[in-house]
Design a protein around this ligand. Structure first.
Ligand SMILES: [Zn+2]
Length: 483
């Protein structure tokens, strides 16, 4: 390190582009009651570090199976083999405490020895390896380390930030999720929510928290944070990872930039909002006793996040599935509104405005007048509706049949092109075609789904009028105050 210029000690807490350091820095700012990381001075940093040390010691010495022990599981998933999570750690908090407090020792220029922090570039006297740094390689993997160092140099501010990470992240007993967003206020709001939730996990354990949240998801917390900032356009990325003793993994999902505008349009329009709520109700998962195991609001929020490899559950596909579900509650208004929701998504998020009416009319005419039972004809169409080639054959057949019967056919091959074959958008158009056909038939009085009881219909109507993207856990915070 001879000859290297000494980096100065960072006066304030840095907030960097590294998603884990960044989420941790927001958590420190929230825990210290500051607006931003830049306002976190030495004193605020010390107080936050003290709180983290207290929580770590309490979790690391809690009896197995207790609510407090659940926070240890969180720490274990992020920092395996650290002094806080090692199986040979002391069970005595007073013995453990100095060892944990040392993690966050103040930075001194002399001690830095010319090393600069891996995250922020400030002077760093402490070198950390995988046990203290989530998603960094083991110190044994020397080839991936900066030359001549036994680990990654990390400054005091970034050391506190990295251990504040579980407070600012959406955590489970085995993973953590952080948000990066073009709108900084949304990142702060996400951290704020999770700092409160971390306190609840420590108090109630995950069982108690799950009872309050009923299957909420990080995507829901992220969307609500973004919505609260009223930005028009902003992409959000969620990084979910696990770092325990087994193989670490990282999963990245993102929203498109138009998502905040799309949500604002839906929320500001009563029919679209009701359609979104219907989707939430349909997506709610319950166990045999009727207990909610997957929040519909959380599942719907998830549909707006897409994975990099494109393997995420598509919003349009779920709408298509809902409209095809014979067991869903129905009335004509919903069907119409849900289709409008799907078309709004297609326009705002995908930038497409397909005119599916001529093709839908051709298929509806064939189902209604093409001979045989309309129910059987609908089943025939439905079975090929998502296969471009087979749908093309059916369109040929339908057109021939209607022409032979002397009926007027409005749609020609020009109209078909949008829904058959592999071209861009064809898949999305096919997903939208089937509810369009179904709606046309319903307008003509042809229906195939089974009506539900009046009581159930009534329940759904009431539920549809409640707020979208809502979470049950807010009532708890209001009753117990912020932590
Ligand atoms: Zn740093």
């Amino acid at each position: 390190m001879s000859g290297a210029a000494l980096a100065p000690v960072n006066e304030a807490l840095a907030i960097t582009g590294h998603p884990l350091q960044r989420a941790g820095a927001w958590a420190v700012a929230v825990m210290a009651g500051k607006e931003s990381a830049a306002e976190v001075d030495a004193e605020a940093l010390k107080l936050t570090a003290d709180r983290i040390v207290d929580d770590v010691c309490r979790a690391a010495t809690a009896p197995k199976g207790s609510a407090a022990y659940d926070w240890w599981k969180v720490l274990f998933a992020l920092y395996p083999n650290s002094k806080a999570t090692h199986s040979k750690r002391s069970g005595d908090a007073s013995v453990l405490r100095p060892a944990i407090a040392e993690f966050f020792a103040a930075e001194t220029l002399a001690a830095g020895g010319g090393r600069t922090c891996t995250f922020c570039g400030g002077a760093a006297s402490v070198v950390w390896a995988k046990s203290n740094l989530p998603l960094f390689d083991s110190s044994k993997a020397l080839n991936t380390l900066p030359p001549g160092t036994p680990g990654w140099p990390v400054c005091q501010g970034c050391r506190v930030a990295i251990w504040a990470l579980p407070y600012g992240a959406w955590v489970t007993a085995g993973s953590a999720t952080v948000l990066s967003c073009e709108v900084e206020d949304a990142e702060r709001a996400f951290a704020e929510r999770n700092v409160r939730r971390a306190r609840r996990v420590m108090q109630l354990g995950f069982d108690g928290v799950h009872r309050l949240e009923a299957g909420a998801r990080p995507e829901l917390v992220a969307l609500r944070a973004v919505r609260a900032c009223r930005a028009e356009l902003s992409a959000s990325t969620l990084w979910t990872f696990k770092n325990d003793n087994q193989e670490p993994w990282l999963r990245v999902t993102s929203t498109r930039r138009a998502v905040p505008r799309f949500l604002a349009i839906v929320e500001g329009n009563a029919p679209l909002r009701r359609a979104w709520r219907l989707l939430e109700i349909w997506l709610t998962r319950r166990d045999k006793s009727g207990q909610v195991t997957g929040s519909g609001a959380g599942q719907a929020a998830r549909l707006l996040f897409e994975s990099e490899d494109g393997s995420g559950a598509s919003f349009l596909y779920q709408v298509y599935r809902m409209l095809s579900d014979p067991k869903r509650p129905w009335y004509l208004r919903d069907e119409h509104e849900v289709l409008r929701l799907a078309l709004t998504y297609t326009k705002e998020i995908l930038g497409m405005e397909p005119d599916l009416h001529p093709v839908a009319e051709l298929i509806a005419d064939w189902i209604q007048y093409g001979g045989g039972s309309p129910r059987g004809k609908w089943a025939e169409y439905y079975s090929v509706s998502q296969n471009g080639y087979r749908l093309g054959l059916l369109l040929h057949q339908a057109q021939n049949r209607l022409l032979l019967d002397g009926r007027n056919v409005a749609a020609g091959p020009d109209h078909w092109r949008a829904v058959i074959g592999q071209r861009t958008g064809a898949w999305e158009h096919r997903l939208l075609l089937s509810p369009t056909v179904s709606q046309l038939l319903a307008q003509r009085g042809v229906r195939f789904n089974t009506p539900v009881s009046e009581e159930e219909e009534q329940q759904v109507r009431q539920a549809v009028d409640q707020a979208m993207l809502a979470g049950d856990e807010d009532a708890y915070d209001e009753a117990n105050g912020p932590s």
